[in-house]
Design a protein around this ligand. Sequence first.
Ligand SMILES: NC(=O)c1ccc[n+]([C@@H]2O[C@H](COP(=O)([O-])OP(=O)(O)OC[C@H]3O[C@@H](n4cnc5c(N)ncnc54)[C@H](O)[C@@H]3O)[C@@H](O)[C@H]2O)c1
Ligand SMILES: *[C@@H]1O[C@H](CO)[C@@H](O)[C@H](O)[C@H]1NC(C)=O
Length: 438
Amino acid sequence: MSQLKQISHNDNSAPSTPGKFKMEKSPYFNRTRWHYSLAKLTLWSFAFLVVILIFFLRSPTSSVPIDPSRRSLRTYNWGGSAWEKRVRSSARVRSRNGMTVLVTGAAGFVGTHVSSALKRRGDGVLGVDNFNDYYEISLKRARQALLERTGVYIVEGDINDEALLRKLFEVVPFTHVMHLAAQAGVRYAMQNPGSYVHSNIAGFVNLLEVCKSVNPQPAIVWASSSSVYGLNTKVPFSERDRTDQPASLYAATKKAGEEIAHTYNHIYGLSLTGLRFFTVYGPWGRPDMAYFFFTKDILKGKPIPVFEAANHGTVARDFTYIDDIVRGCLGALDTAEKSTGSGGKKKGPAQLRVFNLGNTSPVPVTELVSILERLLKVKAKRNIMKLPRNGDVQFTHANISYAKRELGYKPTTDLQTGLKKFVRWYLNYYSGGKKAVE
Ligand SMILES: NC(=O)c1ccc[n+]([C@@H]2O[C@H](COP(=O)([O-])OP(=O)(O)OC[C@H]3O[C@@H](n4cnc5c(N)ncnc54)[C@H](O)[C@@H]3O)[C@@H](O)[C@H]2O)c1
Ligand SMILES: *[C@@H]1O[C@H](CO)[C@@H](O)[C@H](O)[C@H]1NC(C)=O
């Protein structure tokens, strides 16, 4: 703008040039004026274009796609004494020998359940979540409201924000980190590969960098995934089986996470436990997962894609109910040993673990659909399709004997029972609370 003013000022001042030079100089002045007008026109057109562009980028109904990696450039409000007070109060321990846990991805499906379970038993809990729009933000907000009622505050921010994480550790000396923030989903990786690198790799490294440098270092439990088994065909999947054939970028970033965890444990003495979750489902679940959108589409009378493998082979999943997963997470936190480093340096060997958390009873996807039909009392329109080769594997089945031995992990909910609870929640949630819970 100041440039614009300057030019118009120069332009106005041109005719006031002393008259005696006018004859000789006039062609020069005309050219200058022409030049100035052109510059003015160009600038105004440019300003106009900028305004149009800003309008389109900000408009919610915009058809101009916003680069999702730009999400990281969003600025969040944090800091100040009222904010610090809120953070401290959320993280206050209320039971004897309770821990202070920073839960990343707290507005997510698993994060919400783990946070509320920790809070209920008297641990101090603080959440962090960037509330990204990978799936309906309103569901994340509803989970946040649920946690707020139990006294858990979720700080809105990105795990890539080093200053924010440092500040949080400055305000609260967390004893544990439950790291669940991630870009989940297998197929979305073809659409937005950058978001997987941003959250699952860069974000994880940033978190570990902060954890290794604070004093005392926290112990870290984090979510890996059963997808690391990839093209492995030996069942059940045991922790020692090969995991070097990922079938999706999502799986590859989780596998990378396991290797990164090894590095930070080795160099800095961070206590690290990775949990390979097997298809977690339940109330407050993720809308991008099959059991969730099958429910939605069956109710709408919309056909659902039911995958089968080559030669009409069965596609099956080791579905694991959320409460069982939560018990596994708490078991991992409770058995996590202290990190050994200080001042950013390793002082001795630290704990490094990886566990399967599954249900150890795979169910064919066709059976999942049948259970949903019975619960919803609606017949599904099944669209039988061949399993595409874009990330999903044919079969998952967890060997959970290691988690059983070390964490006392023992899943107790079968798919029928768990889906009944999911469907009850779903109907209640999407009727806007109008429909009473049976
Ligand atoms: N649900 C499953 O079946 C399953 C299976 C295997 C592994 N996992 C893993 O478990 C964890 C939790 O999964 P979920 O099902 O609750 O997923 P979710 O998407 O519901 O939760 C993840 C949360 O993390 C947040 N998040 C993402 N990137 C972030 C960032 N850069 N900074 C801050 N917050 C960020 C999201 O907003 C979201 O609320 C993830 O690590 C996921 O990969 C889940
Ligand atoms: C399950 O894993 C344990 C190691 O934790 C192993 O000893 C056992 O042989 C595995 N079982 C099967 C059936 O693969």
